[in-house]
Design a protein around this ligand. Structure first.
Ligand SMILES: O=C(O)[C@@H](CO)OP(=O)(O)O
Length: 343
C-alpha cells in the first residue's frame, strides 16, 4: 500500500517520504506526494495526525529536532484530521431525551428518582444513535441519572466514528486519579462524558412515585395539568419549569456554550423538562410558548451553532437523510469522510 513514511524533522518542519504516489493528510491539510521517493517538507503543529490512505502515523513532536512516532495504527485513517474539518465557528449540538423508563411505562411521576430504561427505551436510544451516526460528537453531557446516561451510551454504540464514550469522575481527587488514562492515543479515541445533576429532570416533589392517572383522579385533571405544564407553578415541594430552567440553562450557558464556542460538537442526553428549558433558551421561546412544547422520547434534535447563533435543524429521521447533511457543508464533508474511511 502506498504510504508516506516519516523521515525526520528539520527545525520546525517535517519531512515525509512517499514510497509511491499518494495523497497524504498532514494535520488538517491534504497534500499530494507525487513520484516515488518524493520528499515533502511541511511546517507541523506540536501534535498532529499524519495519515495516508487507510493507515495513519500518529506523530508526537518531542522537540523541534526530535520526533517520536507512535504507530502506525491499524485503525482507519484518523478522523482527528477529519474532525478538525468542522470549523470552530460552525458546530453541531444534538439533544436527546432519553427513551422510555420503567416508570414512564408504569405512568409514574419520576422527576429525580433514578430509574433505568425499559427494553423499549433501550431500543429507542439505539435508534436515536443510528439517526445521528454520521454527525460529529466531541463531548457528551448527560444528567446524573442513569436513564439519560444509558441513552447516551447506547446511542454512541451506533456512531460510525467508533470513539469510546468515557464518563469523567471528578467528584473528588481520588476519583479523578483512579480514572486517569495514560495513553494519548486512547484519549484521542475517547469522547469525554460529563455528568451533572443540573441537567436532571425537574424535581417533582411529593408527586414522585405517584401514578399520573390516579393523581389526576384525586386532585383533578386541571390541577395536575397545571403542575405538569405550567411555567411557574411548582408541584407540591417540587420544581416548576421556571426553577428547573434556572439551573439547567445556567449550566448550559456556563459549561456547554463555551465548549461549543471553542469548536466542540456536543451531544446532550437529558430529560423532558430539562431539555424543554434548554430549548426555550436556544429557540428564544416565551414562557407561554414553552408550555405547549412536548418532546418525544428518543428523538434526537439537531442544532447548528454558528457565529454565536443556534439554528434549529429538526430531527434527523435516518443517518442517510440527505437533508441533514445538506444543512452545512461541514456536516456533508464529515459524512463523506466517514464514508471514505469506513467503506
Ligand atoms: O415524570 C416525569 O418525571 C416527567 C417526564 O416523564 O413527567 P411529565 O411529562 O409530567 O413532565
Amino acid at each position: 500500500m502506498a504510504i508516506a513514511m516519516l523521515q525526520q524533522t528539520v527545525g520546525g518542519t517535517l519531512q515525509l517520504l512517499s514510497n509511491s504516489g499518494t495523497h497524504c493528510n498532514v494535520g488538517n491539510r491534504s497534500v499530494r506526494l507525487l513520484p516515488k521517493g518524493f520528499k515533502l517538507e511541511v511546517e507541523f503543529p506540536k501534535r498532529a495526525i499524519y495519515s495516508s490512505g487507510k493507515r495513519k502515523l500518529n506523530v508526537i513532536q518531542a522537540s523541534t529536532s526530535q520526533t517520536s512516532v507512535v504507530g502506525p495504527l491499524l485503525a482507519p485513517s484518523s478522523s482527528d484530521t477529519l474532525d478538525s474539518h468542522m470549523k470552530p465557528n460552525e458546530v453541531a449540538l444534538i439533544l436527546i431525551r432519553h427513551g422510555e423508563s420503567l416508570w414512564n411505562e408504569k405512568n409514574l411521576f419520576t422527576g429525580c428518582v433514578d430509574v433505568p430504561l425499559t427494553n423499549k427505551g433501550v431500543e429507542e436510544a439505539i435508534e436515536a444513535g443510528h439517526r445521528i451516526s454520521n454527525i460529529p460528537v466531541d463531548m457528551i453531557y448527560t444528567s446524573s441519572l442513569i436513564r439519560a446516561q444509558m441513552a447516551a451510551m447506547l446511542a454512541m454504540t451506533q456512531h460510525r466514528r467508533k470513539k469510546v464514550p468515557i464518563i469523567l469522575h471528578n467528584e473528588d481527587e481520588r476519583a479523578r486519579a483512579w480514572s486517569k488514562i495514560y495513553s494519548e492515543d486512547t484519549i484521542e479515541q475517547s469522547i469525554p462524558v460529563i455528568t451533572s445533576w443540573k441537567l436532571n429532570e425537574r424535581m417533582y416533589g411529593e408527586l414522585q412515585g405517584l401514578n399520573k392517572q390516579e393523581t389526576a383522579d384525586k386532585f383533578g385533571h386541571e390541577k395536575v395539568h397545571e403542575w405538569r405544564r405550567s411555567y411557574d407553578i411548582p408541584p407540591p415541594n417540587g420544581e416548576s419549569l421556571d426553577m428547573c430552567a434556572q439551573r439547567a440553562v445556567a449550566y448550559f450557558r456556563d459549561n456547554i456554550e463555551p465548549q461549543l464556542l471553542s469548536g466542540k460538537n456536543i451531544l446532550i442526553s437529558a430529560h423532558g423538562n430539562s431539555l424543554r428549558s434548554i430549548i426555550m433558551y436556544l429557540d428564544k421561546l416565551t414562557s407561554q410558548e414553552v408550555i405547549t412544547l412536548e418532546l418525544s422520547t428518543g428523538i434526537p434534535m439537531l442544532y447548528i451553532f454558528k457565529e454565536g447563533k443556534f439554528i434549529r435543524r429538526g430531527s434527523p429521521v435516518a443517518p442517510t437523510e440527505a437533508g441533514v447533511y445538506a444543512y452545512t457543508r461541514r456536516l456533508a464533508q464529515y459524512r463523506q469522510k466517514l464514508d471514505d474511511m469506513l467503506t
